[in-house]
Design a protein around this ligand. Structure first.
Ligand code: ADP
Ligand code: ADP
Length: 227
């Protein structure tokens, strides 16, 4: 379990992005952080993999402060997916995904086999393996981003508005795919969105943040009070 324990983040210019936030993020479920632009969702997500350090409070992973392990070890246990996928533009789709197992020391053939397997898992035709990112649609690129995040088989996936840039029909397909992947692989997913419908569809638990970085509600979708 990831425990966010009374965390405040104050940026150097004085902006309080997150204000005394406490959340227990359950294992093997999707926890959605939702709220208006600027309410501290991305900051919260980035504190979980230490791209941002809290000003006060702490974050525990399975009971241990995340600062007690090397940051690279922590990040290897957490896949990270962002809007527009952040793919390497000069590498093929297969190489974009195979890069991760290669970095983990896998031989080339094994890494490629793993990448091909992941393409299928996220619903990408392996005929796309030799293409470059610009030759794929936005929705296909996001699938590559998800496959790459899964490549190290991390227990945790951090997802920052991964589907916001694609059209509504494709987005629905990606959401269904994510629900399927989550139930098949049992990943712990923290998912950021500003779209309450997306939060309700995907969330096992939904954390509603409000401007100023404070928690308004934390509940399963069916128990959210309309605000
Ligand atoms: P969200 O993801 O909900 O849009 P963010 O976490 O990106 O919110 O930002 C929360 C608040 O912190 C906003 O007011 C934003 O302008 C501010 N902020 C984000 N990053 C920085 C930064 N590096 N320096 C100063 N302020 C920042
Ligand atoms: P561990 O016992 O730590 O899981 P492994 O050698 O099985 O050790 O895996 C090391 C890392 O490589 C893990 O993140 C794992 O998910 C990933 N991995 C497992 N199988 C493959 C594979 N065939 N190709 C690439 N990466 C893999």
């Amino acid at each position: 379990m990831i425990r966010i324990d009374s965390v405040t983040k104050r940026y150097p210019d004085g902006t309080v992005a997150v204000d005394r936030l406490s959340l227990d993020i359950p294992d093997r479920a999707i926890t959605v952080l939702v709220g208006p632009s600027g309410c501290g969702k991305t900051t919260t997500l980035r504190m979980i993999n230490r791209m941002v350090e809290p000003s006060e409070g702490g974050i525990l992973l399975d009971g241990k402060d995340i600062r007690q392990q090397p940051v690279n070890t922590l990040r290897r246990s957490m896949g990270y997916v962002i809007q527009n996928a952040g793919l390497f533009q000069h590498r093929t789709i297969l190489d974009n995904i195979a890069t991760v197992p290669r970095l983990l020391g896998r031989p080339k053939q094994q890494a490629r086999a793993r990448a091909a397997e992941l393409m299928e898992r996220v619903g990408l035709d392996t005929a796309l393996a030799k293409r470059y990112p610009y030759q794929l649609s936005g929705g296909q690129q996001q699938r590559v981003g998800v496959a790459r995040a899964l490549a190290a088989d991390p227990p945790v996936l951090l997802m920052d508005e991964p589907f916001s840039a694609v059209d509504p029909v494709v987005r629905k397909g990606l959401q269904d795919e994510l629900l399927r992947i989550q139930s098949e692989l049992g990943k712990t997913i923290v998912f950021v969105t500003h779209d309450i419908d997306e939060a309700i569809k995907l969330g096992t638990m939904v954390a509603v943040l409000r401007t100023g970085g404070r928690l308004a509600q934390f509940a399963p979708p069916a128990e959210l009070l309309s605000a």
